[in-house]
Design a protein. Structure first.
Ligand SMILES: Cc1cc2nc3c(=O)[nH]c(=O)nc-3n(C[C@H](O)[C@H](O)[C@H](O)COP(=O)(O)O)c2cc1C
Length: 199
């Protein structure tokens, strides 16, 4: 079974990113995936510091369980809110912490959410940076959910027209197909000891 891990990058208690993550989880399960959701609403990850590399506490106890969950993934859905025209600090910190091959050469469907009509900047930001050393593989088609508070698949309202929901379903199907297709590349070809960090 294809295993997809959803990362949602907002620590707000009322995070729409988390809510969208749960909607994606249900849609992924409908397509036959097994799903885990790592939500920054619920998982508090400290900002990177030297202890991450030297192995000082709290890193082993904080990061090891998250790292194990990520290593099980065949692919990812990464959801970032747009905050001040940027991807959230939690999303960037998360990408910084993934230096153990957890994401390497695995496909990811990128989603941004905005309560207004934004959402494009974090997509541009994350496509331009954030994957050099963790080797995450963004898929070509991303999704922007605007007026996210009203996003309710099936309602065909302004925030969730049927074409957008169809696009998300398509994105999920492509993600799952990629996740299976690239497994042999990771297992038989990729050697991270040769390319420890990206150029
Ligand atoms: C600090 C902060 C800055 C924000 N800046 C923007 C912004 O620049 N553009 C935008 O479209 N929405 C912005 N928003 C609104 C978010 O899009 C909104 O909170 C949305 O629900 C996604 O974030 P959430 O997952 O934290 O709920 C901002 C929200 C916060 C908390």
């Amino acid at each position: 079974m294809t295993h997809i891990v959803i990362i949602s990058g907002s620590n707000r208690s009322e995070a729409q990113s988390h809510r969208v993550g749960e909607i994606y989880a249900a849609m992924l399960k409908e397509q036959g995936a097994s799903v885990d959701h790592i939500s920054m609403r619920d998982v508090e990850l400290p900002l990177w510091d030297e202890g991450k590399w030297s192995g000082a506490e709290p890193w082993p106890s904080v990061w090891a369980p998250v790292s194990e969950r990520l290593k099980k993934a065949d692919g990812f859905v990464v959801i970032t809110p747009e905050w001040h025209g940027m991807a959230s600090p939690q999303t960037k910190n998360f990408l910084t912490l993934c230096d153990g091959g957890e994401l390497a050469f695995k496909p990811a469907h990128l989603v941004s959410v905005s309560s207004g009509t934004g959402g494009a900047y974090p997509i541009a930001e994350l496509r331009m940076s954030g994957t050099k050393n963790n080797y995450l593989h963004w898929l070509p088609d991303h999704v922007i959910i605007r007026k996210v508070v009203d996003f309710e698949p099936g309602s065909n309202n302004e925030a969730s027209p049927d074409w957008l929901v169809a696009r998300i379903t398509h994105g999920i199907k492509v993600l799952m197909a990629y996740a299976e297709a690239v497994k042999p590349i990771r297992e038989n070809v990729v050697d991270l000891s040769v390319i420890k960090t990206g150029m």
